[in-house]
Design a binder for this molecule. Structure first.
Ligand code: BG6
Length: 494
């Protein structure tokens, strides 16, 4: 592996009894181990409050691997992997726990070692854990001569701009920025990374990727699931914090950014931050005109939701990026729970032909070319263009040229996002992680909406039927410009 200094490497997971550890982290590490991608000498140490022992932890984790890794666990591979899996009970708020954990780690490591601390706890503990690690002397690095210390921080990073800034400041008192890996698992999805390859490894599209040719861009992250058992968290968060500040803003940055000079963490993140900073600030009346908030019917009676809750489960935004490339081009972003299907897609809609000389009954708007990045579930890219139908009449029809990952690559060859992120953090590659200024730039766009929605400037809270494509207000948001939401990847009907 890259950046491998040959030392023993320990992955320490805080919040080890949580869902993420069982669903994503240990399955991701197991998959990496199976591929031979982990360092030769390594250990995974889970820690949380529950007083289970190594064996019970291993058993629980095997259940996760069987459930979430394609092909499940192989007896022989699992036996070797499980022997490197440990559990230490401890209270993340108590200094004594860190002394105990450190002593355990030192004995296990038997000398100089690298450590990756993964904070998979409730967000209110992020700050405490980092400061406690600092206080216990567990994050000092000796990179030039030997070991490194890195900390992966799960989302959400802050509840708003002020708390994100405070958290950044606090973790910077004990960690250098290069030691911090802020997670956004969308960045590790293969098809999200493919946006960069598509844009910057081809010459065909980049010349038209601007206000001269693009009419508008749509970013849809639709989820069929409702809030389920997560209402306690979700009702406090709402869709803007849960999906927009992180995932949708990252997708926006990748689609709209300028080409970086190098494919390297700082260069890529510089360009993303510049793009997010160029998003037009919200002026008076903008929230009512350019944002939509809604709740699915029945949300308020779901278990864990406060009575009369105004928490939006759906939002749609119209954003503008004030730079030379994108001036005047609307970017429409929408996301919600309880929608008809799971579908994440980005549509780059080109302008319609300036003059259509062929008589045709179809609405001219339908004839615009577009590109659709199908991020999930049916990963691929579609390109829509017009062609002549064979026959004596000069009939024009829209057709799709498409490519799908599952037609070209075996399913197992597409790594799960968390597997990629864990490997990158172990390799010291922060390209797919968010830098402190990136987090804050995204909050600067989203926070004023969250705050504004709590005032009289908010648009009315719309409602939508579970299993629909969202509220009519979202259609009107595009409709006023003669546009409409497209499904470039999923078939609406099936
Ligand atoms: C998480 C949100 O970050 O992303 C969840 O907290 C959401 O509410 C999930 O369901 C969606 O992720 P994915 O990978 O299933 O699109």
């Amino acid at each position: 592996m890259r950046n491998d200094n040959g030392l023993f490497t320990t992955v320490v997971i805080f919040g080890a009894s949580g869902d993420l550890t069982r669903r994503k982290l240990v399955p991701g590490l197991y998959s990496l181990y199976r591929k031979g991608a982990l360092p030769a000498d390594f250990a995974v140490v889970g820690t949380s409050r529950s007083g289970i022992g190594h064996e019970a932890f291993r058993e629980e984790m095997r259940g996760g691997v069987d459930e979430f890794v394609v092909g499940g666990s192989d007896d022989a591979v699992w036996a070797r992997f499980a022997a490197k899996l440990y559990y230490v009970a401890g209270d993340a708020t108590e200094a004594d726990s860190y002394q105990g954990l450190n002593a355990f780690l030192q004995e296990l490591e038997g000398g100089e070692a690298n450590r990756l601390y993964y904070l998979s706890t409730a967000p209110r503990f992020f700050d405490t854990i980092v400061l406690q690690l600092g206080g216990a002397g567990m994050v000092q690095e000796k990179v030039e001569e030997s070991w490194w210390r890195r900390v992966v921080i799960e989302k959400p990073f802050g509840r708003d701009l002020a708390s994100a800034q405070a958290l950044n400041q606090s973790v910077h008192t004990v960690l250098a920025e290069h030691q911090i890996y802020r997670i956004d698992h969308y960045l590790a999805k293969e098809t999200v990374q493919n946006i960069l390859a598509f844009r910057f490894a081809n010459t065909m599209f980049e010349p038209i990727w601007n206000r001269n040719y693009v009419d508008h861009v749509q970013i849809t992250v639709a989820e069929a699931v409702d809030v389920g058992h997560r209402a306690g968290y979700y009702d406090q968060a709402g869709v803007l914090r849960d999906m927009f500040q992180n995932h949708l803003m990252q997708l926006l940055a990748l689609v709209a950014m300028e080409p970086p000079a190098f494919f390297e963490a700082e260069a890529v993140r510089d360009e993303k931050v510049k793009t997010m900073r160029a998003v037009r600030a919200w002026g008076e009346g903008d929230l009512a005109r350019r944002t939509v908030r809604a709740q699915y019917e029945g949300y308020r009676v779901a278990e864990g939701v406060a009575e009369g809750s105004e928490t939006p489960t759906y939002a749609a935004l119209e954003l503008y990026i004030d730079n030379w490339r994108w001036q005047g081009v609307p970017f429409y972003l929408r996301s919600g729970k309880g929608l008809q299907k799971k579908a994440t897609e980005i549509i780059v809609q080109f302008k319609r032909p300036p003059h259509m000389m062929f008589a045709h009954e179809v609405e001219p708007a339908l004839r615009s070319n577009y590109l659709a990045f199908c991020i999930q579930p049916h990963e691929g890219v579609h390109q829509r263009f017009e062609m002549k139908v064979p026959g004596p009449d000069f009939e024009i029809r829209s057709v799709d040229m498409d490519f799908h990952y599952d037609e070209l690559f075996a399913k197992e060859s597409v790594p799960e996002a968390y597997e990629t992120l864990l490997l990158n953090a172990l390799e010291g590659d922060a390209t797919l992680f968010t830098r402190s200024d990136g987090i804050e730039a995204a909050w600067r766009v989203i926070d004023p909406i969250i705050q504004g929605w709590e005032t009289a400037a908010a648009p009315p809270l719309g409602q939508y039927v579970l299993g629909s494509w969202g509220p009519h207000e979202a259609d009107e948001l595009l409709g006023k410009g003669g546009r409409f939401w497209r499904h470039g990847c999923v078939d609406e009907e099936d």
